[in-house]
Design a protein around this ligand. Structure first.
Ligand code: MTE
Ligand code: MO
Length: 373
């Protein structure tokens, strides 16, 4: 069993796959704390968790004109910087897409998302240590490789366009700490690259190697996964080469409390609704509209400040609102939709954004509740 050396996990996590391990926390606990506790942070592994000894660890750097490396202790001695960023899997809320038409992928509910503070040297400081100025590097992509390997020996890998790496060079962190603690094994021990504002799939765990390239990472997850398609594309006519890799995620939000199927007190006139909202590329959330009548009327939620600026908002926005319940029915649908700083909005239904991989579901989030049933 290649998974026999995987770490022990918190019983709080609800697995959607055991081997490789994939699990999300109960949605209700997400919105209580801005920084998701490490033991409750969702886990998305594609392969067995590598066993790494820090004494032996060295980050391989293939820089223009030089091949070098940075030992764990050397990384720790560099100026320590931090970034608070949300990690979300592109497959978050796939379970709603599956209800429209079957898709391939893990059956995530709405909690394949978490938020943490990551610390370590910045990418720019690491490159500058070797006299490399990323603004002058002549390549199209920066590529990150993990230490987790497929049976054929090829590692997990991802890349981002060099323009994004340039604009984020001070906030991309070669992290050895997560929320002030050593990164847990499931989240990339000992070193992970945290690229704020990009999809989880590019935030490579168990970071082994960084290099520049004229083309994207050749890994399966960059080339043949984590891409969107039009709803009529099926497995017979899909062409992964013709679709763009997901880098930044679209605006989204979800209701975490109450949970689906909650039976409220018979005489309740109001309900407190809590959730999260997030958009990719650092685009902050400016509004979350919430409805207690299936989307006929809307109330603006109170947004909790996330301490970030509107165009560099890498963390999620938690929100809360008290809504009046329609008094003429004993069941209703709560709905949430968010708006980001670019006035991007969420589509009202899953149908129009359905795709065969079940990624990028940012439709209005709906939760059905009853009263005194
Ligand atoms: N990095 C490596 N090396 N191997 C992986 O399987 N999974 C990616 C990304 N980084 C992965 C990886 C995906 S798809 C996601 S959504 C995030 O890690 C999940 O991060 P988490 O497990 O810390 O929540
Ligand atoms: Mo993911």
């Amino acid at each position: 069993d290649p998974y026999r050396l995987d770490p022990v996990r918190s019983p709080l996590l609800i697995p959607c796959c055991e081997k490789p391990f994939n699990a999300e926390p109960p949605a209700e606990i997400l919105t209580d704390i801005f920084y998701t506790p490490n033991h409750a942070f969702f886990v998305r592994n594609h392969l067995p968790v590598p066993c790494v000894k820090t004494e032996k660890y060295a980050l391989q750097l293939e820089l223009p004109g030089q091949k070098t490396c940075l030992k764990y202790e050397e990384l720790r001695k560099m100026p320590k910087k931090s970034v608070t960023a949300t990690t979300m899997c592109a497959g978050n809320r796939r379970n709603e897409m599956i209800k429209v038409k079957p898709v391939k992928g893990l059956n995530w509910k709405a909690a394949a998302i978490s938020n943490a503070k990551w610390s370590g040297p910045s990418l720019d400081d690491v490159l500058k240590k070797f006299k490399v100025d990323i603004d002058k590097v002549n390549s199209n992509y920066i590529v990150f490789e993990g230490m987790d390997k497929q049976p054929d020996g090829s590692p997990y890998g991802a890349s981002i366009p060099i323009e994004i790496a340039r604009s984020l060079k001070d906030v991309i962190i070669i992290a050895y700490e997560m929320n002030g603690a050593i990164i847990p094994r499931d989240h990339g021990y000992p070193v992970r690259v945290m690229i704020p504002g990009v999809v989880g799939a590019r935030q490579v765990k168990w970071l082994n190697r960084i290099y520049f390239s004229s083309e994207e990472s050749t890994s399966h997850w960059q080339r043949n996964d984590y891409k969107g398609f039009n709803p009529s594309v099926d497995w017979d006519n899909v062409n992964f080469d013709k679709s763009v890799s997901i880098t930044e995620l679209p605006v989204t939000s979800a209701i975490c409390e109450p949970v689906e199927g909650t039976d409220l007190e018979k005489d309740s006139e109001t309900v407190t609704v809590k959730g999260y909202a997030y958009s990719g590329g650092g685009r902050g959330i400016i509004r979350v509209d919430v409805s207690a009548d299936g989307g006929k009327t809307w109330t603006e939620a109170n947004l909790k400040p996330n301490g970030q600026t509107p165009y560099t908002s890498y963390a999620w926005t938690l929100w809360e609102v008290d809504l009046s319940l329609p008094q003429d029915a004993d069941e209703t649908t709560l709905v949430a939709k968010a708006v980001d700083i670019s006035y991007n909005v969420q589509p009202d239904s899953v149908e129009g954004i359905w795709n065969l991989r079940g990624v990028l579901n940012n439709a209005w989030h709906k939760v059905n509740v009853t009263r005194g049933k």
